[in-house]
Design a binder for this molecule. Sequence first.
Ligand code: FAD
Ligand code: DLZ
Length: 518
Amino acid sequence: APVLIFILGDQLSPGIASLRDLSPADAVVLMAEVSEETVYVRHHPKKIALILSAMRHFAADLREQGWRVDYIELEDPANSGSFTGALAAAVERHRPSEIRIVQPGEWRVQQMIDGWEARFGLPVRILRDDRFLCSIPAFRRWASRRQALTMEYFYRDMRRQTGLLMDDGQPAGGRWNYDAENRKTPPRGLNYPAPARFPPDAITRAVLDLVARRFGDHFGALEPFALPVTRAQALAALDQFIAAALPDFGDYQDAMVEGQDQLYHSMLSPALNCGLLVAREVAEAAERAWREGRVPLNAAEGFIRQIIGWREYVRGVYWMHMPDYAEANALGADRPLPEFYWTGETDMRCLAAAVDVTRREGWSHHIQRLMVLGNFAMLAGVDPKAISDWFLVVYADAYEWVELPNVVGMSQYADGGLLGSKPYAAGGAYINRMSDHCGRCRFDVKAKTGPDACPFNALYWDFLARHEARFRDNPRMRTMYATWHRMKPAQQDAYRASAAAFLAGVKPAADGWARAPL
Ligand code: FAD
Ligand code: DLZ
């Protein structure tokens, strides 16, 4: 009897552990497009199209290599609609000796898999996902030795463990982190590289028609669709990023420029997270470019830190703290999500621009996510579950293992500081420094209060005032509280009143945008 290898839609890597140590003669590969995965939240149509097209291309590649692939399309009449149902039918068809699967990315799916052995009366071999450089037990060991889970120390250990950017056991160039040289304000007239774009082939075209028909009412534009959907395309996108954008990646990492979506970011997260690329090869490509003198060290280091530092770290935090992490709400935030997160209809230009790129691309860069979309939600006191649902819906790279820690932890401080030692809160001055939005905004970033002042200003002070008991003794926030207390009571009241007046005019989103009504 064959081994039945179940490959999920974010496991599309030729080197995936479940295909190893078996030959095509001994196994059947199962892949299933299932409605449960397409609608557990109402994903951006580009994300659904990416995964279904990448799955179909991956299955075709496997067949070409001689594997027997049992592939269930979404509209197959016999499609049961769930991973467990697809597996049940495949077990009937193939009578396997064993089921093999790589551990899933998400807690939700792990819960399903945990029930399979009892349900099918077959051994279910769950393999470590070694596309991640740090295993879940290794992260737990690292975390158990520490009081605070400081990413920087985790990252240094990952550098030592992988040997990336290391020379004779020491960090290349003598320093672990070159952030001090990063995050400049971009001067006018910089040349921005064009993002890699891949026109749909016949497989993708068929998927686009399906997605338009079935999920056309989800938030976001399906077309134009130009994401990499094959490994060859993803490798081409990686090459193009390294050649054209990585040299300036570090310098302008926090910038926001109107009319420029990508700036010097890689836009590789959708391909990385569904497996078309793996972390090690991406980090190695950046290191190689530095060693060959094609990119400066601050750029290579900054980029590699995102991949082997942040990406691995948030996954470790997720698996250490689920399922409680999804319920975290340390700041007691309970405001419904504003409707403009879905419609983009707000006069705040930075927010409208961030929603707009998100709608068009199913992607936005980190500072838009953290310092605009996330920052606003935290300052306004939006329920972490509502904003987390939004982030899970709108990005083509969104999977709970990476979305949840970034939203609940990094951007909302809802985990009470597990992931960051202070909230990422900022007023209009920060956005003005890092972007060219404010000059064209209807609100005045220099004005502090009143109906024409940038709402971020009053929201910022109102947030600090609301949470003073929690944050006042935080050494990294003392200066801000000192400033707050130097203000006259009338000024403080004006901030509070401005924040309240602005929030009173923000329309809450109706139910049903993120999750279909039951
Ligand atoms: P680049 O700027 O080119 O960075 C390179 C790579 O580093 C990314 O592709 C990504 O794989 C990795 N990376 C960078 N920062 C992070 C991070 N904080 N956590 C994990 N990986 C990181 N990333 C996702 O992949 N999926 C998400 O659902 C997601 N949700 C986010 C929500 C919020 C509120 C915030 C603040 C960040 C979120 N991120 C998420 C992290 C980050 O914003 C995206 O990975 C990044 O914007 C993707 O664009 P890029 O590929 O051009 O990244
Ligand atoms: C996100 C997604 C979607 C939209 N559709 C499918 C699908 O039809 N079949 C599949 O195998 N995977 C899909 N995925 C990705 C899964 O949700 C992902 O593999 C799990 O969440 C585990 O991380």
